[in-house]
Write a protein that binds this ligand. Structure first.
Ligand code: HEC
Length: 215
């Protein structure tokens, strides 16, 4: 009986130790989980760009990094209706030489729709970007039967290419905040090599002193 009791007591104690052990392990895992919890936070951040228009790179940034030769490729979508060389003929759409900065719907000799003519103002980066994204939304009733280009990078490349064809209006300035953020690390990077150089000079200066007695 007493042996049985001891055995039972042993099992209870053993179970207690196992339980305590599991608790400690669980506790450890739980703590180890906390950094993963942070990673979960990143996943939430990944979801944020779903509203990309606001979270994504600004147009200024896209334009600054745009690839003009890629834009020339994108322009192939337009050549069925447009020429872009100087003095090129109007097709279904007007010649687009030097169109950036030009008045909207105002090239002489082309019969624009009232929808486009009534927009007013000049072709800025923002206006052209909106037009190419969705001609119909930009000027409801336009004669340009083109669905639009959804990818902001492709539009930026196209616009930079178009700008290179006789327009050359200045690129948009990138936001000052980004410029500051870039300036700070640059200063730090410069500071580090200076300090390192100082140390190297000291070490170099000591070396001959040590060598002199040996020689
Ligand atoms: C199916 C023919 C067609 C295609 C394809 C087309 N366009 Fe057009 N585009 C037109 C027509 C037609 C107009 C005149 C629109 C109006 O008057 O409403 C026009 C007008 C324009 C204008 C206004 C010009 C001005 O003088 O104000 C721009 C800029 C333009 N297109 C750029 C493009 C670009 C860039 C592409 C390719 C991504 C493109 N178009 C593709 C037919 C086309």
């Amino acid at each position: 009986m007493s042996d049985t009791n001891n055995t039972i007591a042993g099992w209870v104690l053993g179970a207690g130790i196992v339980a305590l052990g599991s608790y400690i392990i669980t506790d450890t895992i739980f703590h180890a989980d906390i950094p993963e919890g942070d990673k979960v936070g990143y996943i939430i951040e990944d979801e944020a760009p779903a509203g990309e228009a606001e979270v994504g790179p600004t147009m200024a940034t896209l334009l600054a990094s745009a690839d003009e030769s890629k834009g020339e490729n994108v322009f192939k979508k337009c050549v069925a209706c447009h020429t872009i060389n100087s003095g090129g003929a109007d097709g279904i759409g007007p010649n687009l030489y030097a169109v950036m900065g030009r008045q909207i719907g105002a090239a002489g000799g082309f019969a624009y729709s009232d929808a486009l003519k009534s927009v007013g103002g000049a072709w800025t980066w923002e206006q052209m970007d909106a037009w190419i994204e969705s001609p119909k939304k930009f000027a409801n009733g336009t004669k340009m039967t083109f669905a639009g280009i959804g990818k902001a990078e492709d539009r930026a490349a196209l616009l930079v290419y178009m700008n290179g064809q006789g327009s050359n209006i200045p690129l948009l300035e990138e936001p000052a905040i980004e410029a500051d953020a870039e300036a700070e690390p640059t200063e730090n990077v410069e500071a580090v090599p200076e300090a390192a150089e100082g140390q190297v000079e000291e070490v170099t200066a000591e070396l001959p002193v040590e060598e002199t007695p040996a020689a």
